[in-house]
Design a protein around this ligand. Structure first.
Ligand code: HEC
Length: 133
């Protein structure tokens, strides 16, 4: 009789352990990226699609532009690097240096207006600041 009790006790304890380990939050796989919860809001994305994505996305043919910035891969960066990129984006948009002037001669519709430039730079600044808190 005693043995049976011990046996049942052992199963019971075993089940407790399994239960506890199942309740643990899933560990993130080890990788070079950290979850920054980065997402581009719709209004910003539309402007970027029109004015920037032609050059700054992972399947663009513009290698120089890709090397500096890929909007579709910003979410893979660490917070520190993301803050750096967002700061660059805000600065360059405020200066009116992007899209490049020579491209605008041919595709004037890609130009940012004061309003769309402000939407991008405000977003980039706020997003960068949120990671610095
Ligand atoms: C026609 C292609 C093209 C478009 C469109 C374009 N860029 Fe660029 N961008 C480039 C190139 C090329 C470079 C790299 C310049 C260099 O290496 O001197 C660059 C560089 C940059 C850099 C890095 C600047 C630096 O000094 O390192 C930022 C930030 C940037 N672009 C933001 C933008 C944003 C924001 C838009 C949209 C508003 C945009 N770009 C649209 C071609 C483009």
């Amino acid at each position: 009789m005693k043995r049976v009790t011990l046996f049942i006790l052992a199963i019971f304890v075993g089940l407790l352990f399994i239960g506890a380990s199942l309740n643990q939050p899933k560990q993130h796989p080890i990788s070079s990226t950290q979850d920054t919860g980065f997402e581009i809001p719709q209004d910003v994305q539309e402007i970027i699609d029109n004015s920037c994505m032609g050059c700054h996305k992972s399947d663009s043919k513009n290698d120089k532009a890709k090397k500096k910035l890929m909007f579709d891969r910003l979410g893979e960066l660490t917070k520190a690097r993301l803050v750096g990129k967002l700061t660059e984006i805000s600065e360059i948009v405020n200066k009116g240096d992007m899209p490049p002037k020579k491209v605008l001669d041919e595709y004037p519709d890609m130009a940012l207006t004061n309003e769309t430039a402000k939407i991008i730079s405000d977003w980039a600044d706020n997003q960068a600041n949120s990671y610095l808190k």
